[in-house]
Design a protein around this ligand. Structure first.
Ligand SMILES: *[C@@H]1O[C@H](CO)[C@@H](O)[C@H](O)[C@H]1NC(C)=O
Length: 135
């Protein structure tokens, strides 16, 4: 195996290692530790389920949405290599397994636009108690 092939393999394994698919309750518990108000947790858990199925590495290349909350590169983060957008962030940082920065950005978006900033909120604006049930 050439050195280059080995490097590509290592990079691929590292990329996989950085991605994570959350368990529903794990997500609900963790975002509270990042300061998400208790009365929002079930709604965010519903939104994340519909946006990414809790996959931190989710990317929609056609819309330009990144990560577990599918944050839009049109407004909130930058793909240019320099942090930017409303959250002053790199979109690629929203694709790793750390969702603290994603959650902070989602809270900033929520502060400006509310839940309707997420089109999937249409599935989450009623009784969402099932999303945190048993957690
Ligand atoms: C990607 O974004 C497009 C445009 O918003 C949307 O129609 C499509 O359903 C999205 N794909 C996924 C897998 O969410």
């Amino acid at each position: 195996m050439s050195c280059k092939t080995l490097l590509i393999l290592v990079a691929a394994v590292l990329a996989l290692a950085r991605a994570k698919t959350y368990d529903r309750c794990e997500f609900a518990r963790e975002i509270q530790t990042y300061g998400v108000p208790a009365d929002q947790v079930a709604v965010w858990t519903c939104i994340a389920q519909h946006e990414s199925e809790y996959n931190t590495a989710a990317v929609n290349w056609s819309s330009g949405d990144h990560g577990i909350y599918q944050i839009s590169e049109l407004y909130w983060c930058s793909t240019s290599g320099t942090p930017g957008g409303g959250c002053n962030a790199l979109c690629s940082q929203f694709e790793d397994d750390n969702i603290q920065d994603d959650t902070a950005c989602a809270q900033l978006i929520y502060g400006q636009m509310g839940f309707p900033a997420w089109t999937t909120y249409q599935y989450c604006n009623g009784d969402v108690s099932q999303y945190t049930a048993g957690c």
